[in-house]
Design a protein around this ligand. Sequence first.
Ligand code: NAD
Length: 468
Amino acid sequence: MSTDFDLLVIGAGPGGYVTAIRASQLGLKTAIVEREALGGVCLNWGCIPTKALLKSGEVYETLDHLGDYGLSVEKRGFDLAKVVERSRKVSAQLNAGVGYLMKKHKIEVIEGVARLEKGAGAPKAVIALKAGGERTVQAKNVILATGARARTIPEIGLEGDGERVWTYREAMVPKFTPKSLIVIGSGAIGIEFASFYRALGAEVTVVEALPRIVPVEDEEVSAAAKKAFEKRGLKFRVPANVKKLSKSKSGVAVEIEVGGKAETLEAEVAIVAVGIVGNVENLGLEALGVKIDKTHVVTDSHGGTGVAGLYAIGDVAGPPWLAHKASHEGIHCVEHIAGLKPANVNSPIPGCTYSNPQIASVGVTEAQAKEQGREIKVGRFPFKVNGKAIASGEMEGFVKTIFDGKTGALIGAHMIGAEVTEMIQGFTLAMTLEATEAELQATVFPHPTMSEAMHEASLDAYGRVLHM
Ligand code: NAD
């Protein structure tokens, strides 16, 4: 069989481009196809630019509390165009960085849209090139890393119109700061944008269908998050059924039903953040016999699709829809293709929401542990009694740990507060190494740091908390 490449990766998001680098390290002749921009949604329209926006919002919000630190400023203000420009520059810098990495690892980048057809061994890719024309590539293996996009519900008006109804794409590059905003969905995307626009002074109402906000998080974290956001002026309608979104004179009108009562919310703009769907269309997957469940390719534990030489990783292969899960899966998949025995198929995957305050978690929630019928030990420690948190004026939030009562293994950790998205990695490493309470309690945490709350929460689960 004559092949052009050992591996063709379709999609250059954090799943695809990281997979291509690992493939190159393993000596595979690799090409990657991308229809839009290297770095995918995460780097160009998601994780990265939102972090730049959120940083601007957070700094701006801090100005409200300068007096707490003995500081003052005469005039405060912001220039939205510059805030957005900074976030675009951050994305552009990293996009160029991925281009450099592709060159460094001798990965051929093909700009265009790929479609698969039956090939010799693995499917072949017919690529409609951006520059015009078509190119057919036959590789020994193909990894689909085509990602996902915003879910829309057009029947009730939940779809972006680029003007008054925004998806994450429009919300990322606003031309004006809406005076009033309705955010539909309280997952990571909804809450991050709600937090950003509230920091800039918008009147924000978040509508969530499930009984609590950030519903994937532990119940105690959801409750604390609601309280913390309400303190900042965010309003919530939970649980609320959206009946219809329509355009009104002032912008948008959202008809909802809360507790059996009908209500109409009005605002200048609405952001729709009701989940995502995998990019499975127009790839020729049905003709190849690839199994698709809803909008995701069904894969085995190595990313195999059941079609010889065709694999899928990241968002297109199903939840959790997180960049780091995509990279991890891609590395695992390509190591498997290269004949290695990759470790840690089931590594715990942390989740982070970069609102103010931040939310981070790994492993099971208390409710999930109980549903599994597990005997558990739960520890908690609030930042309000942590020295570094007090010194920094960041006393909001807490750390919660969940241990298996029989084995002592750490099975879940949940945090809300300043910088918890940086701290969660400590617990993730502990879980990956299958640490028990004994290792966590014996670990030395630097003083003074907010991470000491992680130690204390581990001690608390066993009745040994020191500073409470
Ligand atoms: P999500 O699924 O996490 O949240 C969507 C929310 O909308 C859910 O809580 C759901 O109950 C609610 N919802 C659905 N339909 C609704 C309706 N009709 N009315 C009211 N509420 C409704 O999805 P998302 O926030 O759009 O994010 C998509 C994915 O991207 C998620 O998996 C998320 O984890 C990931 N993501 C992660 C980050 C991060 O790590 N910081 C940031 C952005 C996105």
